[in-house]
Design a protein around this ligand. Sequence first.
Ligand SMILES: Cc1cc2nc3c(=O)[nH]c(=O)nc-3n(C[C@H](O)[C@H](O)[C@H](O)COP(=O)(O)O)c2cc1C
Length: 424
Amino acid sequence: MSDLDGKRILLIIGGGIAAYKGLELIRALRKKNASVRCIMTRAAGEFVTPLSVASLSGDKVYSDLFSLTDEAEMGHIELSRDADLLVVAPATANLIAKMAHGEADDLASTALLATDKRVLIAPAMNVRMWLHAATQRNMAQLKEDGILSVGPDEGEMACGEFGPGRMAEPSEIVVAIENALKGATVLPFPGAQVAGGVARLEPPRPLAGRHVLITAGPTHEPIDPVRYIANRSSGKQGYALAAAALAAGARVTLVSGPVGIEPPEGVAVVPVETAIEMQAAAEKALPADIAIFAAAVADWRVAEAGQHKLKKTGEGAPAMQLVENPDILAGISRRKEKRPELVVGFAAETQDVIANAKAKLDRKGCDLIIANDVSAAGGVMGGEDNTVHVVGHGGVETWKTMKKADVAARLIALFAQRLKPRHG
Ligand SMILES: Cc1cc2nc3c(=O)[nH]c(=O)nc-3n(C[C@H](O)[C@H](O)[C@H](O)COP(=O)(O)O)c2cc1C
């Protein structure tokens, strides 16, 4: 399954020579099972026909802000929001200028202003137009506003001149789209423009040069060779933290229990099964600047797991002696050597969430506890959303319910701020 499977892209095609590459982009996206809805500017219609765009996208093409039928079918606001990502390709100098100034005098610019989604632009224009102070000023403004961009590339242009201004190749744009969709809807790095759900063009990398250790997923504690004690942890929150730490520039080691999800590319994954293995892998990964223990480690294991499959004897269930698993969080929090500067634990609770988290903070000797209510009714375990309470020695902060990716991005930003700055 591709990362774009089922994703909805609103593609805005501007009036430039590169509009024909917009057609290739539609094909590439559809091949990856994304659905593509298109808006064409009036000028785009001079370069490619709405018929070609409609045929390739398999959807009607929108171009008129004041079309009674279009507006009745899908209003411009809905159009701009009924997508996972807005992509402008080619982004002409004119469209960039309009975006930078908040103009909304046609359907494309109005949709761009009305959206609550991330926007990725692929600028394409003559080298002089690109290098012009006005365009550069407008691009700086878009960057400030959190608009993402890909390209332009350098090379020979349709007009015969050479330099930066060629639109990025459709394959490059597809990668940029995949990356844009991977991240959180809102990137809360300091200075990020969060209004409208857009993200910075180039998020700062506050964890560049840092090592972040994360544990995630459940552990499996064997009863015999075929049975084990486990829990419902999916690993999604821990994996989202790994992706966010990576995006923030960190080197990431992810010690993962058995889960059914793919790790983010670029993360060093250490797969483990049991709590004892997880502890050994976590210790081995030190030193780290930040250690985040998001795994749902089984509290107990069977003292002596059967060497062979336990058989039903008809004489009642086997007696099973449980012993406590090692406390990985407390062990690393209390280390004299190689203690990470910031040690964060997760507390999965089903009652008295905050009180239990505060007690855990003191008991474990860590710096922060991220507490979440994992009662079945909340759907946190295995679900896409999470509601967390950030419990520190200075107090408790309760965050609104967010996607796990958004929780992860905000947590990583918070952790990065807690590190002492490095000099030199
Ligand atoms: C042949 C031709 C090619 C053009 N190519 C580009 C281009 O690559 N990039 C650009 O920004 N403008 C280009 N323009 C100018 C835009 O078409 C013009 O600024 C138009 O108003 C853009 O409208 P739009 O931004 O609403 O699509 C070109 C114009 C012509 C006549």
